[in-house]
Structures are given as structure tokens and as C-alpha cells.
Design a protein around this ligand. Structure first.
Ligand code: C5P
Length: 234
């Protein structure tokens, strides 16, 4: 089944978040992604605000620390009953397994997603700064395999890598893809972008869309337009 089109709210405070969310209807079946900026600035109350509207929450904090610390942090996050959380796959299999254990201490089906290599890093940087001699796609598949075997539910990846990842890791894993744009949108700082239609055809499990929705004149209309394309409706 087609997963959600998640809206990334990269704004600094609750007022700006509310200004965007107030333009949606309460029965819109939204999944809202908040990251470090909103969470560090506003605390867990921000999650409650979104959940009170009836929306699902993707808490994108990208944890990366020793296994014990990550497990204890995930136990706290689990109490917020969010739907998706993230860790860096580069933290290793013990850390990912510990993250999963921390989450499992609260009975809520929070999905653990692993970031492979950040899409902001080039192959040259991965080679020179991480001393990694694999190609980018080999490294992403390697980290995806590691994440899956350590119990993650999926990865965050670019649309361009979904086919090879799905081929190697199978259909019982989530491939969540940011870097989504309409055909004529500004690309911004993203380099490897795709439309919702291409993401659908490539086999993405869920989309993450920020600026094409949040910075448009009518965020709800932009969301519905992209959602239609993502659901492959004419
Ligand atoms: O505005 P835009 O659609 O580019 O936002 C994409 C969102 O997805 C941002 O919140 C960004 O942090 C997130 N993301 C990403 N690439 C990754 C992981 C997360 O763009 N590899």
C-alpha cells in the first residue's frame, strides 16, 4: 500500500508551524515531519500540538551516539507516541538495535528509519572524509543492509537509490524519500530531486516534502496536488 506524503515543517517556532497547519482541515490525513529546529526550540509540546490535531508525527532527530545513550533517549521519545523516528545508520548495528529496544519499551508502533549517507554529502566527500572506497550506491546499500539486519523498519534515501535498494533489501522495508519537487519548482539546496510521479514509479514507500508545500501560496492545494500525483490519480 502507498504510504503517506509527509509534510516537513522546517520552521523555527510554534507560531509559524500553526500558521501552516491552520490552513489544513482536521480530517486531512496528515503526517507531519518535525526536526531538530522545532523540537529543540519548542520541546515535546510541539508533538502534542500536532497529535491533538489528529495528525501523525515523524520526529526526525537523527540520533547518533553510543548504544546505551541512544536506547535511553529512544525510551523517552517512545513516550511521545510518534509514528516515525530516525537514527544515523553510520552509528552501527549495536546502536540501531539499541534504538529499537528503547522504542519497544512503550507499546506504540513507532517505526525506526535509518539515514544512510546524508544527501548533502557527495561521493568525493564520503570517499575522502569517511575513507570509504565504495561508490555512493554501494555504500547506501551496505548501510541499508546493516540497518535492516539490526531491526530498523526502513531507510531515508533519495528516489534515485530506491530501485537498487528495493532490489537488494526487499519489499518488507520502507524506502522514505525526500528531495521531492513539482516539475517546475525551484530545487533549492537539494541536488537529486524527483517528482511525486517518478517517486511512485521508482517504488518509494513514502515521500517527505517541505518547501514546495510550506512555501507555496496555498499549502493545502499544493499538498493535495502532489498527493494526487503520488497516489497516481489523474
Ligand atoms: O524543503 P524540502 O522538500 O527540500 O525538505 C526536505 C526535508 O527532508 C527536510 O526536512 C530535510 O531535512 C529532509 N531530509 C532530506 N534529505 C535527507 C534526509 C532528510 O532532505 N537525506
Amino acid at each position: 500500500m502507498q504510504g503517506p506524503l509527509m509534510i516537513a515543517l522546517d520552521v523555527p517556532n510554534e507560531e509559524e508551524m500553526n500558521a501552516i497547519l491552520d490552513q489544513f482541515e482536521l480530517n486531512d490525513d496528515l503526517t507531519v515531519k518535525i526536526g531538530m529546529e522545532l523540537f529543540y526550540g519548542n520541546g515535546p509540546a510541539i508533538v502534542k500540538n500536532i497529535k491533538n490535531r489528529g495528525y501523525k508525527v515523524f520526529l526526525d532527530l537523527k540520533l547518533f551516539d553510543i548504544p546505551n545513550t541512544v536506547k535511553r533517549a529512544m525510551k523517552q521519545i517512545a513516550k511521545l507516541k510518534v509514528d516515525y523516528v530516525t537514527v544515523h545508520a553510520l552509528g552501527g548495528s549495536k546502536m540501531i538495535r539499541s534504538a529499537k529496544e528503547g522504542l519497544s519499551e512503550v507499546a506504540y508502533p513507532t517505526k525506526l528509519l535509518a539515514v544512510t549517507e546524508l544527501t548533502s554529502l557527495s561521493e568525493k566527500e564520503v570517499k575522502e572524509e569517511q575513507n570509504c572506497n565504495l561508490s555512493m550506491s554501494e555504500q547506501v546499500v551496505h548501510l541499508g543492509q546493516l540497518a535492516k539486519s539490526a531491526g530498523a523498519d526502513g531507510v531515508i534515501t533519495s528516489v534515485h537509490e530506491v530501485k537498487v535498494l528495493r532490489n537488494q533489501l526487499g519489499d518488507d522495508f520502507l524506502y522514505v524519500t525526500p528531495g521531492i519537487r513539482n516539475q517546475n519548482d525551484a530545487v533549492g539546496d537539494q541536488t537529486r530531486v524527483s517528482t511525486p510521479k517518478v517517486a511512485y514509479k521508482s517504488g518509494s514507500s513514502a515521500l517527505v516534502v517541505g518547501r514546495p508545500i510550506t512555501q507555496s501560496k496555498n499549502p493545502r492545494n499544493s499538498y493535495l496536488k502532489m498527493l494526487k500525483e503520488w497516489n497516481n490519480e489523474r
